[in-house]
Ligand binder design. Sequence first.
Ligand SMILES: CC(C)(COP(=O)(O)OP(=O)(O)OC[C@H]1O[C@@H](n2cnc3c(N)ncnc32)[C@H](O)[C@@H]1OP(=O)(O)O)[C@@H](O)C(=O)NCCC(=O)NCCS
Length: 159
Amino acid sequence: MGADDVAPVVAIERRVKFDAWRGSDFQRCLDAGYVCPVAETAHGVIGYGVMSLADDYARIANLCIAPDRHGRGLGRMLLASMLHEARVRGARLAFLEVRAGHQRARKLYRAAGFRDVGRRYGYYLTRSGWEDAVIMARPVALRGPAASQPAGTQARSTE
Ligand SMILES: CC(C)(COP(=O)(O)OP(=O)(O)OC[C@H]1O[C@@H](n2cnc3c(N)ncnc32)[C@H](O)[C@@H]1OP(=O)(O)O)[C@@H](O)C(=O)NCCC(=O)NCCS
């Protein structure tokens, strides 16, 4: 993700999430050197992820696919790309928070080797009130399902 990608990324974010990140949130992540891969076609950005690294830890802070592209393996691909980068940079443990009721995302993370390790009560603001976050983690070196890139889609990162 580069500065030029922030506007299309925020447009997807707003279509998909109630508590959407703002452009300044993404810009701060870029300025801090977070790992921010995007998936794109010739027509533009269709998905993105954000991961921070500190000491031995990698935190997947965002993963989002454009709604008309769901269910085609792109989320799995971006997740695998971030985990690969975490391994290259020497992280040992990857973790993330996910809405407790978000079964699709929890299934994606479980399939990639993440397990539930904790809960943050009332962590997310939703249309109907506050929702718990489930904290999930996995060893970075664990072999997850192989990432495959669908035809016509490229993943690139900030580096
Ligand atoms: C969650 C999200 C990232 C998944 O991305 P995706 O590209 O649609 O998912 P994929 O096609 O890579 O599917 C990977 C796995 O997710 C699960 N999954 C995907 N679509 C699903 C569906 N409709 N129902 C249930 N599980 C589903 C499955 O485990 C799937 O693996 P499988 O195909 O082997 O069964 C995507 O739905 C999204 O961007 N949602 C909005 C933003 C968001 O909530 N992000 C997560 C924040 S933690």
